[in-house]
Design a binder for this molecule. Sequence first.
Ligand SMILES: [Zn+2]
Length: 468
Amino acid sequence: MSIYSVIDRKILIPLGDRLKGRNLHGAFAEALQTEWLSEDRLRELQNEKLRRLVRHCYENVPYYRRVFMERKLRPEDIQDREALAKLPVLTKQLIREHYQELCAEDIRLRPCLEGSTGGSTGTPMRFLEDLETWNKTRGLNLRGWTWAGFQVGEKLFTLAGNSLVDSKENRRKMRVKNLYDRLIMRNLKRDCTDITPEAMAEHYRAMMKYRPAGIRGYASSLYFLARYIEQNQLPVCPVKVVFTTGEKLHPKYRDKIQQVFKAPVFDAYGASDGGLTAHECAMHEGLHLGEEHCVVEIVDREGRPLPDGEIGQVLSTDLNNYAFPFLRYQLGDLAYIRKERCSCGRSHRLLGEVVGREGRAIYNKQGRPYSSIVIDNMMFRNLDIHSEESQRLYEKMDRFQIRQDSNGDLRILIKPVDAGEPLSTFEYIKDNFQTYFPESRVELLFVEEIPPLPSGKEDYCISEYTAF
Ligand SMILES: [Zn+2]
């Protein structure tokens, strides 16, 4: 371990925690302590935390108190993760409708962060992330990095969208966060919204100048960067590891990234709404669920648990979010849990392939690609997600879907919450897209329903345009 890594872990991270009122240092240490728990001990820890959370929901969360009454349930009826199936699934739609009721009555005692997501389902939603969830999931992330031989304090270069990288406008306002990212996390972040060759040239130059030990980002963004490097026959600085997240990692993405960066790829999956984290270990047999801090179930359309090995909807129960509890929260992705345990010896169950996260690009008529996950940036571009205006727009939009036809023209389907809402409320979205797609016809229209795809997956961006 380098001297910087030691100083970072022992001095800088605790200092950053004091500045930001967080406890990353403690959460990381705790994550390392529970890494090798036996299957029984891990199960017991998970069940203990679940029982405590369920009691809290019953006593302090109006939404859940009502759900328990309606189902004639008592907290003691839910002793373990199998019993969770007695409770209903929590959808994004339900969160939108019952936001106030989902806030714990003792919320003033619980520091939390405001979060929002367009998510991969096209249902914009806001929620609260308990600081404990922030701490614990970040602690598990740092642990996941160590599985790839990467230590905190080593230089990291990130190329991603707004789930990992703040917009330029926001970054200007957040001096402390920027300092934290650069000095403590040593993380140079770049926005991947623009993945044109010109933008790739800049990302490449920034990366080469920074000389990171690790690279992190959306799978498609890193694939495009790798392809740019390969096509231009450019040299690459020595890199230990590449971390992908946020999208499905296609085998061709993994192969290309590994081949160009000459480093292994470690995939991860996670969501702050639901407190789920999952990381690949050096065996690459699947993604270990962070089971100390969440309960993951795979269920059918009726919310009934499926046996390991079968693909279904991913539900997550966040064991640390007491401010705004997520019990059996439907993330909108499809996945399965592997029947086999990992040969590394860790007991955390393995998430197999996540089917629901498509990572591909949509192109404008000049051939400029935009990663589909970046659509979120375009839908809410120029808006601070915490601003009142942004919250107001979130509340007004029930669902959305982007459709690009074979001519490259775009239709943005919006299902408004209120059928009487004027289309002009969302006119700004059309302007945003027109900026990125100058020669395409961009049409905004209201729809009554957005049907899911035959696979059952709810994709928020569908493109038939294959001119490039
Ligand atoms: Zn493993």
